[in-house]
Design a protein around this ligand. Structure first.
Ligand code: HEC
Ligand code: HEC
Length: 207
């Protein structure tokens, strides 16, 4: 009995490594059922966080690397939010990769920029792009995100509730009225969607 168990563990260690590497990409098909529990908030259009009141962020079409990083931060408590901590802490690293792959889906469609960016947004475009669709996989997509959530996020960086060296340096010089106008601009672009659209529209945001 003991010998068999040891053998199995030994075999698992040998076989486990290549299998896990192959899996690190994130398996959207496995992420789909895991994410049903998230639909109760992220799949309802305009669902709100209570106290303070702001829209639950859209995750549909968001960047995989950013989604995984955010879930890890909630799990560790680096990004403080009691409900999201409860959800993220019960997930394994593989669960996070798989759910992120499912939510990212086929990604947002590229479209023309809607309106013209406020002058204060000039500093944001180097990472988040002119239309909020980021220039690299490590930056979050802001296109079509709820304006009130974007403002909340900027305030949280400013107050130190959200810890990120890059964004802290940026928001320090940003006036409240600029936060509002930049948020309105990015929110009005085509991009992210709620997760129900990803679920019902084969991995794609509608529109
Ligand atoms: C009870 C409502 C609720 C449920 C259920 C829920 N979330 Fe959230 N989620 C929120 C709220 C509210 C926020 C914004 C918190 C903040 O301001 O940091 C959030 C934020 C997030 C973010 C960060 C998005 C960003 O743009 O930074 C991710 C990723 C996320 N949730 C994933 C999930 C996943 C995966 C599940 C299911 C396992 C889930 N959530 C379940 C309410 C919920
Ligand atoms: C040098 C690159 C860089 C620049 C410039 C930059 N950002 Fe960011 N931004 C980031 C990174 C990296 C993150 C993710 C940080 C984290 O994990 O919390 C981020 C996160 C954010 C978020 C949170 C998104 C979410 O889903 O929660 C908002 C909102 C945001 N940035 C807005 C802005 C605005 C507005 C500007 C310009 C005033 C700006 N950023 C300039 C790199 C940048």
């Amino acid at each position: 009995m003991h010998v068999r168990l040891t053998l199995l563990i030994g075999l698992g260690l040998i076989l486990g490594t290549p299998v896990m590497t192959a899996h690190a990409e994130g398996d959207a098909a496995r992420g789909k059922p895991l994410s049903y529990t998230c639909q109760g908030c992220h799949g309802i259009a305009n669902y709100k966080n209570a106290a303070p009141t702001y829209s639950v962020p859209k995750l549909g079409g968001q960047q995989v690397a950013y989604l995984v990083a955010a879930l890890k931060e909630y799990a560790s408590g680096d990004r403080a939010h009691p409900t999201m901590h409860a959800h993220a802490a019960s997930n394994s690293d593989q669960d996070r990769e798989d759910m992120a792959a499912f939510f990212a889906g086929k990604g947002p469609r590229k479209t023309a920029v809607v309106g013209s960016p406020p002058a204060a947004a000039a500093v944001c475009t180097a990472c988040h792009g002119t239309d909020g669709q980021p220039v690299g996989p490590e930056y979050p997509n802001l296109a079509g995100q709820h304006a009130d959530y974007l403002v909340q996020a900027l305030r949280d960086y400013k107050s130190g509730k959200r810890k990120n060296a890059i964004m802290l340096g940026i928001v320090g010089a940003l006036a409240d009225k600029d936060m509002e106008s930049i948020a309105q601009f990015y929110a009005s672009q085509t991009g992210l969607c709620d997760t129900r659209q990803i679920l019902e529209n084969n991995g794609q945001c509608k529109k």
